[in-house]
Design a protein around this ligand. Sequence first.
Ligand SMILES: *Cc1c(COP(=O)(O)O)cnc(C)c1O
Length: 354
Amino acid sequence: MNIKITPNPTPKPKPDVNGLQFGKVFTDHMFIMDYYGGQGWVEPRIVPYGPIELDPSCKVLHYGQEVFEGMKAYRHADGSPVLFRPEMNFRRLNISCQRMCIPAFDEAMALEATRKLVELDADWIPDAPGTSLYIRPFIFGADNALGIGPSEHLIFLIICSPVASIFGGNMAAVNILVETELVRAVRGGTGFAKTGGNYAASLLAAKKAQVAGFSQVLWLDGVERRYIEEVGAMNIFFRIDDEIITPSLDSGSILPGITRDSCIQLLRSRGHAVTERRIAIDELCQHMRDGRVREIFGSGTAAVVTPVGGIQVCDEFFTINDGKSGEVTTMLYNTLTGIQTGKVADEFGWVVRV
Ligand SMILES: *Cc1c(COP(=O)(O)O)cnc(C)c1O
């Protein structure tokens, strides 16, 4: 499929990298294509970034048929832009599509579109430490009709935003609150899919946590409210003695993070024992009381690897590693960002040149 490019005649000035907030400014171009029942995906094009017009009856606004991805482009030391495991994002986007009754798209074509877009807006990729170009592909149902059912018109967009590290960088540890009432995802639900509704369902708990002084919520499973699932937009890892444990994905209510997968592979390659299994909050609490929990960290594209310095479970607050990043967390952060920016050898072949 040929991607038609309409260059932006009025490029914007670039923002100051020091004041970058997550997802607030966008580059000069965006990718867009449509799906029409009977025709398939048509008219892939790159156009100047700007508003899109939607009818008030547009289905996504009412019933939330939507999926998205989050990936990053980095600038290597030699100045060339690279992507990190982008084929994994488009594979996962198609899996999300299937759950949300959105027709599949050609993954190779979407990757080609991403490459073209990043190439065109390459001078928007910041190169200060911890910065990158965040890439947000998303698809939504765009029928103008209030009847419930999958849309026959869908719109696929890719937009890009220069970002700093989501929690301000510097490996600052965050405090998290275990949510014991509200749930994010249930077995048989949409937890494994990257869909807006999961986030809508999490806002209230996140607000409660923020009011109480915590930056994130740690979710428990939606059935027994006992097994640890994940944190907002991060998967979670616990270093208990010398074993690293992360919740297994088989419940279907945890998002299978690409950073999670990269961390597991990196840790194993460095000789660490990593176990994917169910872990109950009461088990974790016992290990914390026994002083066996040496590190906790979250993983995600936006957050990279973020140390957890404290965790509140009901009335108990546990400080982890004196509220600082631990050695495994810091090693992972340095290795991952090093591979992404070309400072560490890419032994797994994760980096893709634009
Ligand atoms: C995107 C996301 C993650 C992290 O996935 P990555 O592929 O590592 O970016 C974790 N949890 C949720 C709920 C997410 O939406």
